[in-house]
Ligand binder design. Sequence first.
Ligand code: ZN
Length: 203
Amino acid sequence: MKIICIGRNYTEHIEELHNERPSDPVVFLKPDTAILLKKQAFFIPDFSKDVHHEVEILVKINKVGKHIDKKFANKYYDEISVGIDFTARDLQSKLKEKGLPWEKAKAFDGAAVIGKWISKKNFDDVNNIDFSLEKNENIVQKGNTQLMLWKIDELIEYVSKYFTLKIGDIIFTGTPSGVGKVIANDKLKGFIENKELFSITVK
Ligand code: ZN
């Protein structure tokens, strides 16, 4: 399976990092080795002094597809969750400056936290889902999918022009504002509405 991630999909997050608003979605991949295994702690890698949490809505692909029209994109997933796209921000900034790929800053072991999957049938409208991240019992990031620059179905249309989507592939749909540094002993919990879908400790 592969993990397809979207960058710069929420205006306020683009502004907090002083990035340009993209004319097309920013896309990058994480390998399956980036998945933080269930019940494991997240270890801050020794090559970074500034690892950030980015909480994101996740979509799990349930059907093989290529060149999927956004009108039919809703048939390609029936579960969603929330996760973290851990980012070594110091390393990413260096790579960005030089125009180099971001993988070392985004695709390292443990950098993809995946919450428990829930059926999209739980929601009247996937384009109006509240989600949030708690750090040590305080809400640090809050988003709603209606604030996405590209909505889930548009993202599926876009990424499937480049990559064949396969069963089990996961799309990380971008982070709202409020990203920030994690340190040892932080406890991070991800929520969709009031449902807690992951809980991890940083080491
Ligand atoms: Zn992200």
